[in-house]
Design a protein around this ligand. Sequence first.
Ligand SMILES: Cc1cc2nc3c(=O)[nH]c(=O)nc-3n(C[C@H](O)[C@H](O)[C@H](O)COP(=O)(O)OP(=O)(O)OC[C@H]3O[C@@H](n4cnc5c(N)ncnc54)[C@H](O)[C@@H]3O)c2cc1C
Ligand SMILES: *[C@@H]1O[C@H](CO)[C@@H](O)[C@H](O)[C@H]1NC(C)=O
Ligand SMILES: *[C@@H]1O[C@H](CO)[C@@H](O)[C@H](O)[C@H]1NC(C)=O
Length: 334
Amino acid sequence: MVKICVIGAGIVGLSSATITQDRFPEATVKIIADRFGNDTTSWGAGGLFRPSLKHITGTSPQTVRKWCHASWDRYIGLAQSSLAKETGISLVTGFVASRENEDFMFKEITINAHDLSKTELKRLQLPYNFGVSCTTVITEVTKYMPWLMKRFQERGGTLEQRTIKNLNELAGEFDIVINCCGFAALDLVGDKKVYPIRGQLVKVKAPWIKHWYLTSDNTYLIPHCDCVIIGGCRQKNNFSTSVDPEMSADIMMRAKKLFPQLEGAEVIGEWAGLRPCRSPPRIEKEFLFSQGRKLRIVHNYGHGANGITLSWGTSLDAVDLVEECMNDLRTSKL
Ligand SMILES: Cc1cc2nc3c(=O)[nH]c(=O)nc-3n(C[C@H](O)[C@H](O)[C@H](O)COP(=O)(O)OP(=O)(O)OC[C@H]3O[C@@H](n4cnc5c(N)ncnc54)[C@H](O)[C@@H]3O)c2cc1C
Ligand SMILES: *[C@@H]1O[C@H](CO)[C@@H](O)[C@H](O)[C@H]1NC(C)=O
Ligand SMILES: *[C@@H]1O[C@H](CO)[C@@H](O)[C@H](O)[C@H]1NC(C)=O
């Protein structure tokens, strides 16, 4: 029986593990991670499905489109199904606004999209020159990840909490490794192209806010069922994962100025995380040799600010590479 290991229990690892089980029911799949659930970066993400050619760089626009379309199909399928409640995925209308004119990719992939006229921007009291309104999906990761995890375990998937120091330690134990370690690729595989963009969020109770808002100044609102996520910031090469109270105050100040409808919202939480950036995201096959053994690796990390948006799409591509590894396993002597 082919033994497959997925490193990482964030949204990318869980997606890759699930697709691998679907594609190769005869293989055993184990997730190894040093952090699970609320300890991962994925857990804190706002979860807005946000296709973008501006933030996802280093690869062709066709590839970005392919990843985004595949994830979109997956998410809207769940949002419009009886699983909507359990997966925490819903369709929400909102606005993206910018000072400069952009090719908003929202228009290609989401539904109900149109350019906001100057009059509409004015009615919304948004001090921006350009914008798009559309209906996209919001994934409440705190529901979607446990749902993925539950399905993974129901179908025989196993878990191990362990820190991998070197991929070679998995040679012999597994035939194929899917590496979804996110930002940790900087240490685990010494990938110098990986860098953090630190983000911070404030959670408030404001059930009267039903639309999402995204601006080119990194101030945004993402409504969930039980809270509204308010962001944010983009601090490149800042490695701090602790919440900075001054930053929270700054976020609230900026948000209240742009969105006065927040008045009266009660703060219920704060969170900081590192976006695992890499240009391009690394979806790549690699063979390692260790003590006469061949370890087949598929990398799937570096999703930056768009990991929720990209996870299903890049994981489908990663599992295509697992299939190539399977074929190599059949024909190779090592
Ligand atoms: C403030 C903020 C808001 C965001 N909002 C959005 C949004 O609205 N929409 C969107 O699309 N994206 C958003 N993102 C981006 C998104 O959160 C990330 O791109 C995504 O979570 C990356 O997922 P991942 O599975 O690669 O990484 P992670 O969630 O970090 O998971 C990595 C996993 O690998 C494991 N691991 C790493 N190294 C090792 C090792 N050596 N041994 C064992 N295990 C290891 C970890 O334990 C963990 O389980 C946001 C990010 C931030 C910071
Ligand atoms: C994180 O999850 C663990 C296990 O489910 C739980 O015990 C812990 O209280 C949670 N921590 C936070 C900060 O929510
Ligand atoms: C990193 O961000 C934190 C929180 O905002 C801030 O206090 C700190 O000064 C920053 N560090 C660097 C090196 O920029």
